[in-house]
Design a protein around this ligand. Structure first.
Ligand SMILES: [Zn+2]
Length: 290
């Protein structure tokens, strides 16, 4: 809570509380603005002060809580209480923001001193002394607002959400820095971002490897096809030559005595050689076909 220290003239309060325990809060209205309270409590001839004053925009503090402010018009009651002034008067309605600040301050004080949030412990000034104070200030409303604030979680990020909602928010956080900032997921966003980056890099590596494998396979296939084509050509040529050999006239075979002398071919080369010699022999030395 943002509270601005103003202080009060030394005549307007007493140091300490004579050993009295603080167990009451007294609410007042200024019958004027917050700055009017500032000047009144700085004035040493007034013999008046409060611990706090609340305006629409600021909370001012004039007297330390450990000291006794002169606010209730009843010294024993001053010793045991904390006094809070509110900007307002007959022609100055009390602003909504003054109610809110008052409720938060009352809650803070009641929490620190263990003062219950009820009308037995939080008083209108007029319940201590005959006075118009606190005028239009709705003390019951201040108390009920303080009770409501007490039930609020202190931090926005303690809001309960379902797991699915959480996942949805995390997904949104990865898509939008603004959303991530709002929900405080920027760190999570960075972690997810890094995981996604790594996953993409891994995928790229896999694709590259797969492409390389594919390229290698295509090259291997192409080489294999060339080999098959070459072998096919060779086979066809051999078949043609063999057929040509088989179609030679029978007389040539019977006539060829020298063929028997030739050792059986062990390779295709030798076979061609034999066929060549055979053909050459038959045709009288013309071996241009072999
Ligand atoms: Zn008063």
């Amino acid at each position: 809570m943002d509270i601005k220290w103003i202080g009060a003239h030394a005549n307007n309060f007493q140091k300490g509380r004579n050993g009295t325990k603080i167990d009451r809060i007294v609410l007042h209205w200024i019958v004027g603005t917050l700055s009017a309270a500032d000047s009144t409590f700085q004035n040493g001839s007034r013999q008046a002060s409060a611990h706090y004053g609340i305006g629409p925009k600021e909370i001012h503090q004039y007297v330390k809580e450990e000291d006794t402010a002169y606010h209730a018009g009843n010294f024993p009651f001053n010793l045991r209480s904390i006094g809070i002034e509110h900007e307002g008067g007959p022609n100055l309605p009390i602003a909504e923001s003054v109610y809110e600040k008052s409720a938060r301050l009352v809650l803070d004080i009641s929490t620190r001193y263990g003062i219950p949030l009820d009308r037995q412990h939080i008083y209108k000034h007029s319940e201590i002394k005959a006075t118009q104070c606190p005028g239009t200030l709705d003390v019951d409303r201040v108390i009920s607002m303080a009770i409501a604030f007490k039930g609020e979680p202190e931090m926005a990020n303690t809001i309960n959400i379902t797991n699915d909602k959480f996942k949805e928010l995390v997904q949104k956080a990865t898509q939008s820095d603004a959303v991530a900032d709002v929900f405080g997921f920027d760190r999570m966003d960075a972690d997810l971002g890094n995981k996604v980056k790594k996953a993409v890099e891994d995928l790229k590596s896999e694709v590259t490897a797969a492409r390389k494998d594919s390229g290698d396979a295509i090259e291997a296939k192409s080489a294999l096809e060339k080999t098959v084509a070459a072998l096919t050509t060779e086979r066809d040529e051999l078949a043609t030559k063999l057929k040509a050999a088989q179609n030679l006239p029978p007389k040539v075979v019977t006539k060829e005595v020298e063929v028997e002398k030739i050792v059986a071919p062990r390779t295709l080369g030798e076979l061609f050689s034999v066929i060549g010699k055979f053909v050459s022999g038959v045709r009288g030395g013309d071996a241009t076909n072999v």
